[in-house]
Design a binder for this molecule. Structure first.
Ligand SMILES: [Zn+2]
Length: 54
């Protein structure tokens, strides 16, 4: 199943969604940050668009 990598490469994009008040923002380990969304699903869509997955 999922592998646990010991080291995270700088080029690797690991996205997460962070709630900021009423909004949800997608963030990435590379420093990228998506726009504030009212729905987490939209923030996730932003993250997927950033990583090119989905
Ligand atoms: Zn990234």
């Amino acid at each position: 199943m999922a592998q646990h990598d010991e080291a995270v490469l700088p080029q690797e994009h690991r996205t997460t969604t962070v709630e900021q008040g009423r909004f949800c923002v997608a963030r990435c380990t590379c420093g990228w940050r998506g726009p504030a969304r009212r729905a987490r699903s939209l923030a996730r869509t932003d993250a997927e668009g950033h990583t090119g997955e989905g």
